[in-house]
Ligand binder design. Structure first.
Ligand SMILES: *Cc1c(COP(=O)(O)O)cnc(C)c1O
Length: 389
């Protein structure tokens, strides 16, 4: 894994006389052979295979993005990967591919990331969803079921599923596992029977909070369908984002392992703390910790100083947010609660800071507000709240 992370997608560089991967920002590519271009476009339209030879147009494919796709497929252990402008664009493309095949029904297990829940629940793409417990998947499958969607560990409760058992329940229907939280460093869902692995690359793959992207790791047949949808709908990953994501992959294993060790220690300290009602930390490990506070969670958010109060996750610095207010706000309150997203729940993405510095900040933040030892955090909404320590 460590070796693939720094070499996959870059094997040809020494032969090109390069060390860093080239960043190709071209939107179009000159060609004096328009007969040849016609043949290449026909070939792509027919089966979605990546065109041979030089690129044609940036919506059809980009060499820098292709390097990231090659590397991610290698890390996830799949034949191919297809990158998109964001995690949501990636999920959209998968849903469109299945709908276009006449399979508009989706079976899904809550909780999912709030916007994934919303995209499925609101039927914005003309799909219909049946929400089930993991044991109810097989019974919910219909002749027009095109996809089963799960997350494990799930956003934001870190609930874990037995992916192997889930894949068995799916039968012939492809299982999509959102692997954003675990990353291929901790779990490779295809080894448990998932056919489609989704990432919000915005999170751990990028790893520095400065790039939005999504990627689907899958077999080449599915990748061809996804490329055709990407070409026709335009949700492409920008080449600079592809460059940054490839760079992010190089340090993915060390980042995830280091942040996971810190997260496990913080989970241990939070579990022993009377100001905390419950700590949710996956058996699999990982750098995400969720916990329910006894006091007011909004006061904790307002009181952090080293930790950044912000949605998203997977960055080198530690972030904390209140899922019921932000990441899962768009999910109806009843659905939120029944899937374990309580008003007391906070979700923390642990970064690479020193564990004692993080604990000192958490400790003082947990004291904030009426229920804490010191009382009264800074007024939420003022810029002071977000001042650097
Ligand atoms: C953030 C997230 C998404 C959506 O990804 P974007 O890159 O924000 O579009 C999907 N799934 C999970 C688990 C996420 O955390």
């Amino acid at each position: 894994m460590e070796t693939e992370a720094v070499h996959a997608g870059r094997e040809d560089l020494p032969g090109l006389g390069l060390h860093a991967p080239p960043l190709d920002l071209s939107t179009t590519y000159p060609s004096y052979d328009s007969r040849g271009e016609a043949a290449r476009i026909d070939a792509f339209a027919a089966d979605g295979a990546e065109p041979d030879g030089p690129p044609v147009y940036a919506r059809l494919g980009n060499p820098t993005v292709a390097r990231f796709e090659t590397a991610l497929a290698r890390l996830e252990g799949t034949g191919s990967a297809v990158a998109f402008a964001s995690g949501m664009a990636a999920l959209t493309a998968v849903l469109l591919v299945r709908s276009a095949a006449g399979l508009r029904h989706v079976v899904a297990v809550r909780p999912l990331y709030g916007c994934s829940d919303h995209l499925l629940g609101a039927g914005l793409l003309g799909t219909e969803v049946t929400w089930v417990d993991p044991s109810g998947i097989a019974d919910a499958i219909r002749p027009d079921t095109g996809l089963v969607v799960v997350e494990s560990p799930a956003n934001p409760t870190l609930a874990e599923l037995d992916l192997r058992a889930v894949a068995r329940e799916c039968g012939e229907v492809p299982l999509l596992a959102d692997n954003t939280f675990a990353t291929p460093v901790l779990q490779r869902p295809v080894e448990s029977g998932a056919r489609i692995v989704l990432h919000s690359a915005t999170k751990y793959l990028g790893g520095h909070g400065d790039v939005l992207g999504g990627v689907v790791a899958c077999d080449e047949a599915t990748a061809r369908d996804l490329r055709r949808v990407r070409f026709a709908t335009g949700g492409v990953l920008h080449p600079l984002a592809g460059y940054l994501l490839l760079r992010g992959l190089a340090t993915l294993p060390v980042r995830v392992r280091a942040a996971s060790a810190t997260a496990a220690e913080l989970a241990r300290r939070l579990t022993a703390d009377p100001r905390v009602r419950q700590v949710l930390y996956p058996r699999l490990g990982g750098a995400m910790v969720a916990f329910e506070v006894a006091g007011d969670p909004h006061e904790v958010i307002a009181a952090v100083r080293l930790i950044t109060p912000a949605v998203s996750l997977g960055s080198v610095d530690t972030l904390i947010q209140h899922p019921a207010s932000i990441s899962h706000r768009i999910v109806a309150e009843g659905d939120r609660r029944s899937s374990g997203v309580s008003e007391q729940l906070l979700r923390m993405s642990v970064g690479l800071e020193d564990v004692d510095d993080l604990w000192r900040d958490l400790d003082q933040a947990l004291d904030a507000g009426p229920g804490g030892r010191t009382g009264g955090g800074t007024a939420a909404g003022s810029y002071d709240t977000y001042a650097a320590p």
